[in-house]
Design a protein around this ligand. Structure first.
Ligand SMILES: *[C@@H]1O[C@H](CO)[C@@H](O)[C@H](O)[C@H]1NC(C)=O
Ligand SMILES: *[C@@H]1O[C@H](CO)[C@@H](O)[C@H](O)[C@H]1NC(C)=O
Length: 437
């Protein structure tokens, strides 16, 4: 988005809102059982027509190999289920809660996007494999558009890369804000994160899996390659805990800085965005975070946009109990032989004790980092997994949703609803207010 004249302020706003979070709400370790989600197996009634898939088989003896498959967007649903058996937790939860609360099917009113005063919403139709933009409700801050572009392209890629399998016809509303902006949890919209008390929300992959539209992060596979190119071996890493960020955002960040002050294990430093000199000295790129054995995650305004990048390091993620859920939150395992993160309290009061104990047991720390790589970098946070998640989200949504119409009758004339993504994206204009401030 370097053509966006507001890039400067955009960077600051976004980064300030960049929470390091990653939620580990449930601490539920492995959620067991491997059968593919129900909506991919059977279908009944009206949905049969929508959800029916071409028979899908994993090639005989096929197993996910990150070196070969990490960037393959085209795994079929059987391969997706085999490669990422625990990926669909949030989707299953969302479907289950509609059934349990007898909410009935999603309706056309549910996908309206005009209810929210503060914008950040797009209404989307997927029709016979074509993506169409039906309605938008933008904020005036300007950064919802680049995020929406990233999300829509990511959806588009997941549609195009589905080889033999049909994508169901669906209509849905996407929110690209840091939080859903729906305090009473009324609208079943697709969101980047949901508060753990907002069960009505459907959590989708973050826009950063396409590209975080700011200069110093960029496209996701590029970030992964940069990390791979620059990451020192475990033995050569800085043995401390690293964190950078603004503390004004919330109290837990202040607590982190406070309890880390003067500790031998700490390279935790506050960043002041308006102090350029200090910024130059203290700011770190994402790959530079991977130079450390320990990386701290903190929520910001909501979830942590940085969390998924940090989980690409061969390092130990130190995470506080989360309030904001992402698709991978349930994959955190805080204890046992499979442990892949270190969990601390939200007020960080136990951080000193935990860090001292980890410093005394470097082999244990290394094992946690190695488990993290196996779970996140080399499996659930691969581009392949993201494409699988999107396609499963389309099917899960279809299983509890109305069947959308392509045509509508307006003043006696039959016409197609929305604009094709291809046209919309080439004709997109930023709102007037953003052009010159
Ligand atoms: C809800 O939608 C599904 C899928 O389109 C359909 O099979 C089901 O009959 C619908 N249920 C109701 C109560 O309309
Ligand atoms: C992606 O995976 C599919 C299924 O295993 C395979 O047929 C295809 O060749 C792979 N594509 C690439 C570019 O590796």
């Amino acid at each position: 988005m370097s053509t966006c004249p507001r890039t400067g302020s955009f960077v600051v706003i976004t980064f300030a809102s960049l929470a390091i979070a990653v939620s580990l709400f449930l601490w539920t370790p492995f959620y067991s059982g491997l059968p593919p989600p129900a909506w991919t197996q059977t279908s009944t009634g009206d949905s049969a027509q929508i959800v029916k898939l071409a028979p899908s088989y994993a090639p005989r003896g096929w197993n996910f190999d990150p070196a070969r498959d990490a960037n393959n967007y085209s795994l079929n649903s059987a391969q997706c289920a085999r490669a990422f058996p625990r990926l669909y937790h949030e989707l299953e939860r969302a479907v289950r809660q509609r059934h349990e609360l007898a909410l009935g099917n999603v309706t056309t009113e549910d996908v309206d996007v005009q209810w929210r005063d503060s914008g950040e919403l797009v209404r989307v139709l997927l029709w016979e494999g074509q993506l169409r933009i039906v309605d938008t409700n933008w904020a005036d801050h300007g950064w919802d558009i680049p995020r929406a572009l990233a999300i829509l392209h990511s959806i588009h890629r997941a549609v195009l890369s589905s080889r033999a399998e049909r994508i169901p016809n669906i209509e849905f509303a996407v929110s690209v804000g840091d939080w859903p902006g729906d305090p009473i949890d009324e609208h079943p919209i697709w969101v980047l994160t949901r508060h753990r008390d907002q069960p009505n929300k459907w959590v989708m992959p973050d826009f950063g899996f396409w590209s975080w539209p700011i200069d110093f992060i960029g496209e996701y596979t590029q970030v992964r390659r940069d990390i791979e190119e620059n990451e020192p071996a475990w033995d050569n890493k800085d043995t401390r805990l690293v964190w950078r960020g603004a503390t004004k955002t919330n109290a837990l960040r202040e607590a982190l800085v406070r309890v880390s002050k003067g500790k031998a294990w700490s390279d935790v430093q506050e960043i002041k965005w308006n102090d350029e000199e200090l910024m130059k000295q203290t700011a770190l790129s994402i790959p530079e975070h991977c130079n450390y054995r320990f990386v701290a995650h903190t929520e910001g305004h909501s979830y942590s946009g940085r969390g998924k990048y940090l989980l690409n390091c061969h390092s130990v993620s130190v995470v506080h109990e989360p309030e904001w859920i992402e698709p991978h939150t349930h994959l955190f395992i805080p204890s046992g032989p499979q442990q892949n993160v270190v969990a601390v309290r939200r007020d960080f009061k136990d951080l000193n004790k935990q860090m001292k104990s980890l410093m005394r047991q470097p082999e244990r720390a290394q094992q946690i980092a190695t488990n993290s790589v196996a779970t996140f970098r080399d499996r659930y946070l691969t581009p392949a997994a993201t494409a699988c998640y999107w396609r499963d989200m389309f099917r899960a949504w279809a299983s509890v949703s109305f069947e959308p119409q392509l045509f509508e009758i307006v003043e006696g004339e039959r016409r197609e609803r929305g604009v094709s993504f291809e046209s919309w994206v080439t004709e997109l204009e930023y709102p007037e207010e953003d052009a010159d401030d």
